[in-house]
Design a protein around this ligand. Structure first.
Ligand SMILES: Nc1nc2c(ncn2[C@@H]2O[C@H](COP(=O)(O)OP(=O)(O)O)[C@@H](O)[C@H]2O)c(=O)[nH]1
Ligand SMILES: [Mg+2]
Length: 317
């Protein structure tokens, strides 16, 4: 695991604030380039400096609009912001991403803001891993906040959102049935609920409904999930959202939860790396033909799966 001179220079430039170099490094992460482990190894000490905010919720709920307003908020405080828009299916030129670009266009000329979209298709299925690595690059670059936007459906998006330090779940009045949202598993991952489009009818109702569910589901919980109302298109309620993000951050710092979260994240990452290394060792020591033979035997029932696994292990150890 060593870096070429070219890659070392790229990192030096990125660390000196070169956005083009950052973009290139992100592309390495996206394409799972073989130099990536060495790049991340060199940056490890710098890779946990940013605060990560996850924003999830149904398509069209206003996640990008809220992101845009949060960027403005943090910029007004002199903080820098990275945005990772994770689109589960559509390719780069897809409509949703294009829409996001337009909505975030306000900040496209700002040096303190870096926006990147990635898609499942572009990352060979390893979207949560690529997201984590890109956030590390954002962190090493020196961005203060990273906002990860993802649609709240499906396992891979939930995996992505688990990377965040604070998770906002965005809902809208017309979604109507708050309980549905809870069923989708969003209740558990939300640190803050945001009912957006409060300029529309039904906002009070859904807000009350969610508040009730929160108080029923988490009596005596140390962190009571706030339920906030916004009208992001008009910029209303965003300051309160930012306040609650800071409250949640302070709460987690005070109680040691943030440290714990990061430890767990590091541990998971480590076991992934080990697993990958073992798989690489297996394919190095065992020829494809040999592996295939064992697979065939397991398939036909000549070997049971445990015997098969033992056989593979016995050949590499
Ligand atoms: N009426 C209303 N429309 C909004 C509000 N926030 C966002 N929108 C609109 O809702 C649409 C979807 O917003 P977007 O931020 O792209 O949603 P996302 O898919 O969750 O990222 C856009 O047309 C926004 O202009 C709001 O507070 N009120
Ligand atoms: Mg969006």
């Amino acid at each position: 695991m060593s870096l070429s001179q070219h890659e070392n220079e790229l990192i030096d430039r990125m660390l000196a604030g070169d956005r083009v170099a950052l973009a290139r490094l992100i592309t390495l992460a996206e394409s799972r380039h073989s130099s990536l482990p060495a790049v991340l190894k060199r940056l490890d000490q710098l890779s946990e400096r940013c605060y990560i905010i996850g924003i999830t919720g149904p398509p069209g709920a206003g996640k990008s609009t809220i992101t845009n307003k949060l960027i403005a908020h943090y910029r007004s405080l002199g903080k820098t912001v990275g945005v990772l828009a994770v689109d589960p299916s559509s390719p780069f030129s897809g409509g949703a991403i294009l829409g996001d670009r337009i909505r975030m266009h306000d900040h496209s000329m700002d040096d303190g803001v870096f926006i990147r979209s990635i898609s499942t298709r572009g990352t060979h299925g390893g979207i949560s891993r690529a997201s984590r690595e890109i956030i590390k690059l954002f962190s090493a670059f020196g961005l203060d906040y990273v906002i990860v936007e993802t649609v709240g459906v499906g396992q891979s998006e939930l995996d992505v959102i688990r990377i965040a330090d604070t998770v906002l779940v965005v809902l809208v009045p017309e979604a109507g049935d708050g309980v549905q949202t809870m069923k989708a598993g969003l209740m558990e991952i939300a640190d803050i609920f945001v009912v957006n489009k409060c300029d529309r009818e039904g906002a009070n109702l859904i807000t009350a409904e969610i508040k009730q569910i929160v108080s029923l589901k988490s009596p005596g919980k140390e962190w009571k999930q706030p339920v906030l109302m916004t009208s992001a298109a008009r910029g209303e309620g965003i300051d309160k959202v930012a306040d609650e993000i800071e409250n949640h951050r302070e709460f987690q710092e005070k109680t040691g939860r943030l440290r714990l979260k990061r430890e767990v994240r590091r541990e998971e990452e480590f076991s992934e790396i080990v697993k990958e290394a073992v798989e690489a060792a297996v394919s190095e020591k065992l020829s494809r033909k040999e592996v295939k033979k064992i697979y065939e035997k397991v398939k036909s029932g000549e070997l049971d799966p445990y015997e098969g696994a033992e056989l593979v292990l016995s050949k590499i150890i």
